[in-house]
Design a protein around this ligand. Structure first.
Ligand code: PLP
Length: 455
C-alpha cells in the first residue's frame, strides 16, 4: 500500500485480513492439506481426488474461509461452485478413474484414461477454437483473439490464463488442465493492436481468460495504455471479464499493485474510454463480504462501471429467490445486472444443467420480484455457435406449444431480435435439443450459418 491511498473508502470491521493477505491457492495435489475438508468422510475426499484428476480444481484461502459456509456442506452453493463433487463425472467415468487411484496406477496409465474422459466431455463447445480466430491482412492468424460479433473483440492475454480459483462448471475448463495445445492465449500485444487498428467496426475490447485480473498491473498496462492513442479512437469501451470480485477482492484493495490497477482504470476513464468490469457472480453470498464491498467501491470511484453476469446452475442458484436477491444486492452496490446464461454443454454439464423451460421460469419469477433497475439482466441466454440466444418464453400458438426464441447477438447482426419458434420440449437443456416448430425443416438462420461459418 502506498502512503497516500487515493481510493481509501472506509475502515473494514470483521475481516481479520482486511489489511491484506498473501494469495495462496490449493490445487488437486494439495487436497490433503486443506484443513477445512479434513472432517469430511474419507469417501467424499476420495471422490474429490477422482473428479479433480479429470476436471480442473483450484481454490484459495479467502474462498475457503470467507465464502463457504462449512456448516452447510455439501449443499453450500459456494462449496458446489468450487469443490469437486462425485456427480460431476458419469458413474462409469468415475469408476474408471477411481479404480486407477485405488490401485495406485502409474502416471502414464492414469493420463491416458483421464485424457480419454476429457475428450468425452466436449472440451471445446460452440467451435470456439476453429471458428473465431481472425487473420491480419498478411494472412497471419492472430492467436489469442476471438472475433465473433462485429462490435466486440475478445482477447485472451497469456498472463491471464488462470483464475484466483476455478469454477467447477467452467465452460473453458479445458484451458486449465495443462495441455498447452488446448489453450487460447497469447502474449502478443502487438498482434492485438495491429488487428484493432484495422478493424474500425470494433467498439468494444473484452479482455478475458482465465481471468485478466490475475495479471500484474504492468502487463495490463502494456495491453491497455496504447489504446489511448488516436489510432484506437473507435475502441470506446474496454471490458475486463473477471471473477476476482468473488474469488479475490483483495486484488482491488490490498494487493501490492492494487492502487496501480485502480490508477490505470482511472487514466483510461479520464481519457474518455468507457471501462466496464464484467464481473462474474453466481450467488449473492459472493457479494456479502466487507472486502468485496470495498473492492466494488474502489472500482466505482475510478469512474469504471461494474456489470454482472453468470450462468444458472443446478446445485448453486436454480431458484428464483436466489437470483432476485443477487440482482437486488448488485443494484444496491451499484453493480448493473447484465446477463443470465444457460450453462454450456461441456464439462460437468449433466450435473449443472437446468431444463430451458425451468430456466425461463426462474428468470421470469426472479424478474417479477425486482425493480426495473435490476431488470437490466437479460436471459436466459445460450452462448452457442451461431450467437447468443434468448429464451423469451413459452407460448401457445394456434394450438401448438412452442418456445419463443431470439438472438441477442448473432454472427450475422441481421439475425438479432427476430422472434422464432421451437417445438416445446420439457427436457431440452441446450439449443441442440430444439427442433423448429410448425413443421419447418430448420431454423431461419441455419442455412446461412452452415454456408458461411461451418464450411
Ligand atoms: C458474449 C460475447 C461477446 C459480448 O457480447 P455482448 O452482448 O456485447 O456482451 C463477445 N464475443 C463473444 C464470443 C461472446 O460470447
Amino acid at each position: 500500500m502506498t502512503a497516500t491511498n487515493l481510493f481509501q473508502t472506509r475502515p473494514i470491521g470483521a475481516d481479520p485480513h482486511a489489511q491484506g493477505r498473501p494469495f495462496r491457492a490449493y490445487t488437486h495435489r494439495d487436497l490433503d492439506r486443506i484443513t477445512a475438508i479434513r472432517h469430511l468422510p474419507a469417501e467424499q475426499r476420495f471422490a474429490m481426488k477422482v473428479v479433480s484428476a479429470v476436471l480442473p480444481f483450484r481454490v484459495n484461502e479467502y474462498v475457503i474461509e470467507r465464502l463457504i459456509d462449512w456448516s452447510r456442506v455439501p449443499d453450500d452453493p459456494i462449496f458446489q461452485l468450487t469443490f469437486p463433487q462425485i456427480g460431476m463425472l458419469a458413474p462409469e467415468q468415475f469408476e474408471r478413474v477411481a479404480d486407477l487411484l485405488r490401485r495406485d496406477a502409474g502416471p502414464a496409465e492414469l493420463e491416458a484414461v483421464v485424457s480419454g474422459i476429457r475428450h468425452e466431455l466436449n472440451p471445446h463447445p460452440a467451435g470456439q477454437r476453429e471458428l473465431n480466430v481472425p487473420r491480419l491482412p498478411s494472412g497471419e492468424l492472430v492467436t489469442g483473439i476471438q472475433h465473433k460479433y462485429r462490435e466486440t473483440l475478445l482477447f485472451f492475454p497469456s498472463q491471464g490464463q488462470t483464475c484466483h480459483a476455478y469454477c467447477s462448471f467452467c465452460f473453458r475448463w479445458a484451458q486449465f488442465i495443462g495441455d498447452k495445445a488446448l489453450r487460447m492465449a497469447t502474449n502478443e500485444a502487438q498482434g492485438l493492436h495491429a488487428y484493432l487498428r484495422q478493424q474500425r467496426c470494433v467498439t468494444d475490447l473484452l479482455l478475458t481468460g482465465g481471468d485478466p485480473m490475475v495479471m500484474k498491473t504492468r502487463h495490463l498496462e502494456a495491453y491497455l495504455q496504447p489504446l489511448l492513442h488516436r489510432d484506437f479512437e473507435h475502441v470506446q469501451t474496454i471490458r475486463l471479464g473477471t471473477k476476482a470480485l468473488s474469488f479475490w477482492p483483495y486484488r482491488f484493495v490490498t494487493d501490492p499493485d492494487a492502487d496501480g490497477l485502480l490508477a490505470l482504470l482511472e487514466r483510461l476513464v479520464a481519457a474518455g474510454k468507457h471501462v466496464a468490469v464484467m464481473a462474474h457472480f453466481n450467488h449473492w453470498r459472493e457479494l456479502d463480504t466487507e472486502i468485496c464491498e470495498q473492492a466494488i467501491e474502489r472500482i466505482r470511484a475510478t469512474g469504471a462501471e461494474i456489470r454482472a453476469q453468470g450462468p444458472l446452475l443446478a446445485h448453486i442458484n436454480d431458484e428464483p429467490d436466489a437470483w432476485a436477491r443477487l440482482w437486488r444486492e448488485q443494484v444496491r452496490l451499484g453493480v448493473m445486472p447484465y446477463y443470465m446464461f444457460v450453462e454450456r454443454d461441456t464439462g460437468a454439464h449433466h450435473y449443472f444443467k437446468v431444463p430451458l423451460v425451468r430456466a425461463w421460469e426462474i428468470y421470469r419469477e426472479a424478474i417479477q420480484q425486482v425493480s426495473g433497475l435490476a431488470r437490466s439482466a437479460r436471459g436466459p441466454s445460450m452462448s452457442a455457435g451461431p450467437g447468443k440466444l434468448e429464451i423469451s418464453g413459452v407460448a401457445d400458438i394456434g394450438g401448438e406449444k412452442v418456445f419463443v426464441l431470439r438472438f441477442l447477438q448473432g454472427r450475422n447482426p441481421d439475425w438479432v431480435h427476430r422472434p422464432f419458434f421451437a417445438r416445446f420440449d420439457p427436457d431440452a437443456t441446450w439449443l441442440d435439443d430444439l427442433k423448429p416448430a410448425f413443421g419447418e425443416r430448420e431454423f431461419f438462420y441455419e442455412a446461412q450459418y452452415r454456408e458461411r461459418w461451418t464450411g
